[in-house]
Design a protein around this ligand. Structure first.
Ligand code: BG6
Length: 473
């Protein structure tokens, strides 16, 4: 039996992709509320088109999403039926501080999350909560240009403090920023950043990242002060880069691609900018403004554990002409040995074992896989059943890889599959890219009854959890 007795099996969602109720009970607008489904989506997400206001006639998927805001009791009951030990979700910052910087928090927002976490506890489900998952309050974007500004550190730490105080005793596992490295690849959805003409984009992104890193360290400090039992993690959009060949230049390319993403985690887990960052900054003409005391803060308050999402491994080559494959957050060189999903994401269970081993070798801190899964189109049969064997196959192979990694010596806290209930896809805004064990009746245009239905994978995952990962067939 490779999985420890207290292994945290569960599923993950994020407020911005499932809650809906985008202006209810005093919530303010967030970045994701301004990202349309259609053609303009990519421009807004990449920071090339600042969304001053909503565009008439566009569909904004986050506004209703799957209306988890009003369905959470029903949904959590289904998670409990599967035997979840943990449930990962995020708090929408703008439910707590609608503009991001009010004097007092919004009590209705606090009550919503309190009641949701209590609902989890009722079933013995441990919440795992991300403080910022792709939704910066638009008030802060308008006032400060989001994380470009240092002012954000105070706003974020104040928000986090309120969460730690008000949800004390209900939540113990916290993540500061979802996929912190996504800021480099999708700046508006990652960190609320849009670019002005002529700006040195690299400078802007790394300066914003520095602000997030300092904020993350301060938040870790506050979490521990409020309750020493709190466990705070960082979160990486993971997936190891393989060299395309054994040509030394390809090995070097892969190493640098990994470093680009791991730099954030290096800071959060080890407490300092790695030595290679000097050269990276020099080559990109970046001059970080680091204030007195920042480096000490980073040093003193590293995270307790390292979490990451894993959908695929990646590949790098020194040849710029290689054909590319789509993937979570960033494209990478196509790996001829791998199959892909309907969205062109490469499928590589062994890559999960490799990623787990190399992250553990590097950090020697407990790891947590907080996202993994297959986005696929599901079909409802006449009898009302949904036979998602492709999803079961994908998850089974990844769970085996995880079990192998544990036997390799990796300290793994838990596993939350992404989108345990169907939700809006972050990249495309689609509903038809489904990850869930639970189907939600809603289409890409926003039509549907929102009715929930169990898929075949529901019973399968229930068995996996009940047997603590022993029964995978
Ligand atoms: C991760 C995000 O990047 O991948 C999630 O943390 C996201 O928010 C997930 O949904 C899967 O990506 P997509 O685009 O298929 O939703």
């Amino acid at each position: 039996m490779s999985f420890p007795k207290d292994f945290l099996w569960g599923g993950a969602v994020a407020a911005n992709q499932c809650e809906g109720a985008y202006l209810e009970d005093g919530k303010g607008l967030t970045t994701v509320d301004m990202i349309p489904h259609g053609e303009k989506r990519m421009y807004v997400k990449m920071g090339d088109m600042y969304p001053v206001e909503m565009i008439e006639g566009e569909n904004y998927p986050s506004h209703e999403a799957i209306d988890f805001y009003h369905h959470y009791k029903e949904d959590i009951a289904l998670f409990a039926e599967m035997g979840f030990k943990t449930f990962r979700t995020s708090i929408a910052w703008a439910r707590i501080f609608p503009n991001g910087d009010e004097e007092e928090p919004n009590e209705a927002g606090i009550q919503f999350y309190k009641s949701m976490f209590e609902e989890c506890k009722k079933y013995g489900i441990e919440p795992l909560v991300t403080l910022c998952h792709f939704d910066v309050p638009m008030g802060l974007v308008r006032k400060y240009d989001s994380w470009k500004s240092r002012e954000m550190i105070d706003c974020f730490t104040k928000y986090a403090r309120v969460c730690f105080e008000r949800f004390d005793g209900l939540v113990k596992y916290w993540l500061t920023f979802n996929e912190i490295n996504i800021l480099l690849h999708s700046p508006f959805s990652g960190a609320g950043i849009s670019f002005k003409k002529g700006e040195n984009r690299e400078q802007v992104k790394y300066q914003a990242a520095h602000h997030e890193l300092v904020a993350s360290a301060l938040v870790t400090k506050i979490a521990h002060e409020i309750n020493p039992d709190n466990q705070v993690g960082c979160m990486l959009a993971g997936g190891q880069f393989y060299p395309y060949s054994c040509k030394p230049e390809d090995i070097w390319a892969a190493m640098n691609k990994d470093r680009e993403n791991l730099m954030f985690i290096d800071v959060q887990a080890r407490g300092y900018y790695p030595s290679y960052s000097k050269r990276l900054f020099k080559e990109k003409n970046i001059h970080l403004e680091i204030e007195d005391g920042d480096l000490e803060i980073l040093k003193q308050y590293p995270v307790d554990f390292v979490s990451f999402s894993y959908y695929q491994s990646r590949c790098a080559s020194s040849d710029p002409e290689m054909s590319m494959a789509d993937g979570n957050v960033m494209k990478s060189v196509k790996n001829p040995y791998l199959q892909t999903s309907e969205w062109g994401w490469q499928i590589d269970p062994l890559g999960l074992r490799i990623t787990l081993n190399s992250l553990y070798d590097r950090y020697q801190k407990p790891l947590f896989i907080v996202e993994n899964g297959l986005g696929a189109k599901d079909v409802i049969e006449e009898a009302g059943t949904i036979q998602d064997d492709y999803r079961i196959d994908y998850l089974r192979e990844h769970i085996k890889a995880m079990s192998d990694a544990i036997e390799d010596g990796v300290d793994l806290l838990g596993y939350t599959t992404w989108g345990c209930i169907d939700l809006v896809a972050a990249s495309t805004g689609e509903m038809s890219k489904r990850y869930g064990f639970i189907y939600v009746d809603k289409d890409d245009q926003g039509n549907g009854t929102l009715k929930r239905m169990k898929k075949k994978s529901f019973e399968w995952y229930k068995k996996v959890i009940a047997s603590n990962g022993e029964e995978l067939d």
